[in-house]
Design a protein around this ligand. Structure first.
Ligand code: ADP
Ligand code: MG
Length: 486
């Protein structure tokens, strides 16, 4: 492999990254794009290496347009992007162990069959190589770990103390502790992924290649398994997973109802456990509450230690905010942290979202030091989203109140003109301000069907375009509803 070429691939990819970073949320950027490695540039074709098949599919599914436009901006209209999926890292020769994949969707030159043919033993579309074929020599496993998820960045608080200290103990003595498996559970955005990856990262840092660590979401595990079966590689899949020293499986609730996958996982689990290998699992709920999981698996989940992550208390929220800001090299007034900590209470991810939004806005507007009032203004929409959902009933009440009619009237069948109008406005606002479907909205208005709701919405939309007076009325009502729900 020529280093010169690698350098060029790198510089092209770095330029791409700059564009990508500006176009998606930072966390997504970090998770999906930072781990990608540029490996080759040949003419207008850039080859990037992604950590797994699942990764490739994810990129193609969610970031196809972005990647395509970006690469064209940097390499011109004939640009092509080729993926190389990691089979085995640490090898000198990529080509033997990686598979080149074409871009799936149409594009003038990327779908050409010769690209598909570059790995004749696989069928396009169901290529599965995120697992390593056990080779002659001991394989080096791509861990799939995000290097940011380390203990040093995981703020301790009452909400996570037990889980964190157990995780630390496991990382210090993987396999040979009584926390096997270690089962972490808790709601979205509370730090499960961060914590379980911290275990993997610490083991990697302490033991290097001595211990193979693998982090995988249960979704990727399932997908890989399905692909493996399809390609008659189920036994390789099985052997690979049974050879891991520290297996970390995230969000195992995704195994619900997937009997075959559960069975496979059951056998892998048994083998690893028996061999004193460490198993770390996470889920959005306690083992016993995960639906549609075989009893024998649940009972194994309970063999070790389960620890939950709770919603962080005020002090921890404050500490997390301080830390996130300083990690980003930004100083905020304490008042701002207080404000965020008071208003974003349900998850750490939300806190991060708030900080990221402030950072982004401050840097866009070139503000060196943010004032509280400004921060409040920047975050006001997010806070609103956080507030209790606005209900259709609330909207009906406000509309009726505005027109001075009885609250129940819009739910009845009456065709009196003033009521019809109020009802149409209420339907329109219900569509705009709630996540309800047309059907649900119809049901709230005396069981009308969805075509009536559509008719109401289009009527109001037309009126808003032609009549400033109507626009004013609708805006006033909307404003009142918003104020009442803050
Ligand atoms: P989950 O997997 O439970 O949905 P994540 O692990 O993805 O949650 O956490 C969401 C975000 O919050 C991540 O960016 C993570 O780094 C951060 N985070 C969660 N808990 C903490 C903590 N205790 N200290 C610092 N950051 C945290
Ligand atoms: Mg997670």
């Amino acid at each position: 492999m020529s280093t010169l070429k690698a350098d060029t691939a790198e510089s092209v990819w770095n330029e791409c990254l700059e564009i990508i970073r500006d176009n998606i949320n930072y966390q997504k950027y970090k998770s999906w794009f930072e781990p990608i490695k540029p490996i080759k540039l040949e003419g207008h074709r850039l080859t990037i290496q992604v950590p797994s098949q699942f990764w490739y599919e994810w990129l193609e599914q969610y970031y196809y347009g972005l990647l395509r436009n970006t690469i064209k901006r940097i390499l011109g209209a004939e640009a092509e992007l080729e993926y190389s999926v990691v089979l085995e890292k640490g090898s000198d020769n990529y080509d033997e162990r990686s598979v080149k994949l074409p871009q799936q969707q149409s594009g003038p030159s990327t779908n050409e069959p010769q690209t598909l043919n570059s790995s004749p033993q696989y069928q396009p579309g169901n290529i599965q190589n995120a697992f390593v074929i056990p080779g002659i020599k001991k394989t080096k496993v791509e861990s799939n770990l995000n290097s940011n998820y380390v203990f040093e960045r995981f703020i301790e608080g009452d909400c996570n103390r037990l889980a964190r200290s157990a995780a630390m103990a496991i990382a210090e003595n993987p396999g040979t502790n009584s926390f096997n498996p270690f089962f972490v559970y808790g709601g979205v955005g509370l730090g499960k992924t961060h914590l379980i990856q911290s275990i993997g990262n610490k083991i990697k840092a302490d033991c290097g290649d001595e211990k193979s660590v693998l982090y995988i979401s249960s979704e990727s595990f399932t997908n890989e398994f399905v692909h493996a079966i399809r390609n008659n590689r189920a036994s390789e899949f099985s052997m690979f997973y049974r050879s891991i020293d520290v297996l970390i499986v995230d969000d195992i609730q995704f195994f619900s109802g997937k009997e075959k996958t559960q069975e496979e996982f059951f056998h892998i689990f048994n083998k690893l456990h028996q061999d004193g290998k460490q198993i770390v699992l996470s889920s959005d709920r306690a083992p016993k509450d995960v639906p549609d999981i075989e009893e024998r698996l649940i009972s194994r989940f309970n063999w070790g230690l389960s620890a939950d992550l709770q919603v962080p208390e005020y002090e921890t929220r404050f500490a997390i905010l301080e830390r996130k800001a300083s990690d980003n090299g930004i100083e905020f007034d304490h008042e701002i942290f207080e404000f965020i900590a008071h208003n974003f209470k349900t998850s750490v991810r939300e806190l991060e979202g708030a900080i990221i939004k402030l950072l982004a806005t401050a840097s866009l507007q070139r503000i060196d030091r943010l004032e509280l009032s400004h921060a409040k203004n920047i975050l006001k929409d997010m806070i609103k989203e956080n507030k209790a959902q606005i209900s259709i009933d609330t909207i009906q009440d406000h509309v009726c109140d505005y027109f001075g009619i009885e609250a129940n009237k819009v739910r009845e069948k009456t065709r009196k003109q003033e009521i019809v109008e109020a009802r149409q406005i209420a339907m329109y606002l219900a569509k705009q301000m709630t996540k309800s479907s047309l059907k649900t909205i119809g049901l709230h208005f005396g069981g009308r069907d969805h075509s009536t709701v559509i008719h109401a919405i289009t009527t109001i939309e037309e009126r808003l375009e032609t009549s400033p007076k109507h626009k004013q009325i609708v805006n006033d009502i909307r404003h009142q509803i918003e104020l009442a729900s803050i």
